[in-house]
Write a protein that binds this ligand. Structure first.
Ligand code: SF4
Ligand code: SF4
Length: 517
């Protein structure tokens, strides 16, 4: 590994550095002090007879008896996916990825899908994927969503421009981030983070790869088939060769930008009868529904404590710099229960708790001495807007209590000599269009907590689902203007904050690629 140009916002000229040889994960200390067993018992007692693991406090739901509440998760945690994640902040992703474990908010089977209005290229022209689903027959409930079947009634174009029958269409409820991929030429495409697209990377220019949406970088080129049923895609002469390359059957179009946006709603996918397992969404070749990928996690998504521990170890063995629990609010007891097994199997990397900040204080206190890095997302400040956009008017109050408690436990973000986070709080805040007054209050409050709070002020908001279609949300039906982002940073500086997250590592997944000083 070479030496990174680590920004002062990260290391604070040594103020925020804990040398790696001195770092001991919090959970290991607690274990060695013999306090982990009582934490496991306390955590499990929150599951029943009335679950109080998260602020929803589902009355009468005894998860110890495998009953389900709002989160639809019973006695054992359900994992949607787990992999080295290269889309996280540089202090977390490092050069070998953040070992991310996505917990299902419900019992959806996996998350390789796209939102309802995604255009799929069919023999009848482009059709929204939702409309294709609605044309299917014989609806069956399937893994928390529905599946519909097709009897050779519709064909779609594959990435080789062949026509192939749609055999099934699926849909599931999904809550989490979508990846918005913007090619240089062509409309943007929204996908769940681990939906794969076909792309080429300059390190292997003649090899078409399947790349997960959240692992695409500005170095990838997307595969755009020339024939897609809508029309033959012709490259206008003014398109720059710098961003588009042509072969006999397809174009390769450079990725201009990849961002994230929060989403809650249906996501869809198709199964296509073609050995190539592909179809074309929004001009770009994407991967078919592939349940076999889920089997990486074993047949069941429901994991016992030992299985969850093994998953953590597998990510550590893959070289991940940390274990990053995403949306863990409803499975805190199950994580705590898995830790003694993971420690005995050799877990040593920091634990990251990555949350919407809608956590119960009781659960957070159980996590004290177990979590090394808290990563809350502070979304909105006012109860009115939280009611409108998040359907939880007590969100700001809960988020303030949550983040203050996290700060009390682990303090400001600290890194090792390679700029990898080892301890502390990293706060995310997504700037919303026209809601800078919310941003201002949030930033002021964070500065009050500590002026050294490490903040990722994000511009990736993109209107989706109801924000796009429902007139009640018209005011947020646009991207954030550049001047709004500039204003957000000005507000942050004015409040006294200065540790802003930015990209500073050059990383290609799978390749140890470094920027030298
Ligand atoms: S974790 Fe929250 S949503 Fe799930 S059952 Fe418990 S209180 Fe309800
Ligand atoms: S890829 Fe298939 S099985 Fe997985 S969530 Fe999407 S539709 Fe369901």
């Amino acid at each position: 590994m070479g030496r990174w140009v680590i920004p002062p916002e990260v290391h604070g000229n040594g103020r925020f550095v804990i040398p790696r040889r001195e770092f001991i994960p919090a959970y290991l200390k607690t274990y060695e002090e013999g306090r982990l067993k009582e934490k496991v018992e306390e955590a499990l007692s929150h599951l029943g007879p009335s679950c109080r693991v998260c602020p929803r406090l589902c009355k009468g739901v005894d998860r110890l008896a495998n009953a389900f509440g709002v989160c639809r998760v019973g006695r054992y945690a359900r994992v949607a996916s787990a992999f080295p994640h290269f889309g996280e902040e540089d202090v977390l992703r490092g050069w070998r990825g953040s070992g991310t474990i996505f917990f299902s908010w419900c019992n959806l089977r996996c998350v390789f899908c796209m939102p309802p209005d995604t255009m799929v290229m069919t023999e009848e022209g482009p059709l929204p994927i939702q409309e294709i689903f609605e044309r299917g027959e014989r609806e069956l409930d399937y893994a928390g969503g529905q599946v519909r079947f097709f009897d050779q009634s519709l064909r779609v174009f594959t990435r080789h421009s062949r026509l192939a029958w749609v055999s099934k269409a699926f849909r599931h409820p999904y809550k989490g981030d979508l990846i918005r991929i913007e090619p240089y030429y062509g409309p943007p495409l929204l996908l769940t983070p681990n939906h794969e697209v076909f792309a080429v990377h300059p390190s292997a220019p003649h090899q078409v790869l399947r790349v997960r949406a959240d692992q695409l970088t500005g170095e990838h080129w997307l595969l755009v088939p020339k024939r897609n049923g809508f029309h033959s895609v012709i490259k206008p002469s003014h398109f720059s060769e710098e961003y588009i390359k042509e072969s006999e059957d397809f174009y390769l179009v450079a990725v201009q930008n990849c961002g994230r946006l929060a989403y809650q709603g249906w996501v869809y996918n198709l199964e296509v009868d073609d050995p190539d397992h592909s179809y074309i969404a929004s001009f770009v070749a994407v991967s078919n529904c592939q349940n076999y990928e889920v089997s990486q996690l074993g047949e069941g998504e429901e994991l016992t404590p030992k299985e969850l521990a093994r998953l953590m170890i597998r990510l550590q063995e893959m070289g991940c710099h940390n274990i990053n629990f995403v949306t863990p609010e409803h499975v805190v007891p199950q994580i705590v229960e898995a830790l003694p097994y993971a420690i005995e199997m050799g877990l040593r990397v920091p634990l990251v708790y990555n949350t919407s900040a809608y956590d119960s204080l009781e659960s957070l206190r159980v996590m004290e001495g177990l979590v090394d890095i808290y990563m809350p997302d502070f979304k909105l400040w006012t109860p009115e807007r939280s009611r409108k956009y998040l359907l939880a008017s007590n969100y700001p109050e809960v988020a303030r209590q949550t983040i203050a408690e996290m700060h009390r436990q682990v303090g400001e973000l600290k890194v090792d000599e390679d700029g990898l986070a080892v301890r502390g709080v990293l706060v995310r805040h997504l700037v919303m269009p026209g809601l800078l007054d919310e941003t201002r209050e949030i930033l002021r409050w964070l500065a009050g907590l500590s002026r050294d709070t490490y903040v990722n002020i994000m511009d990736q908001y993109y209107p989706a689902w109801k924000a796009k279609t429902d007139p009640r949300y018209a005011e947020i039906n646009r991207r954030v203007f550049r001047r709004e982002m500039e204003e957000a940073f000005r507000m942050a500086r004015e409040a006294g904050l200065w540790r802003f997250d930015a990209r500073w590592r050059v990383v290609i997944p799978g390749i140890e690629w470094v920027m030298m000083e």
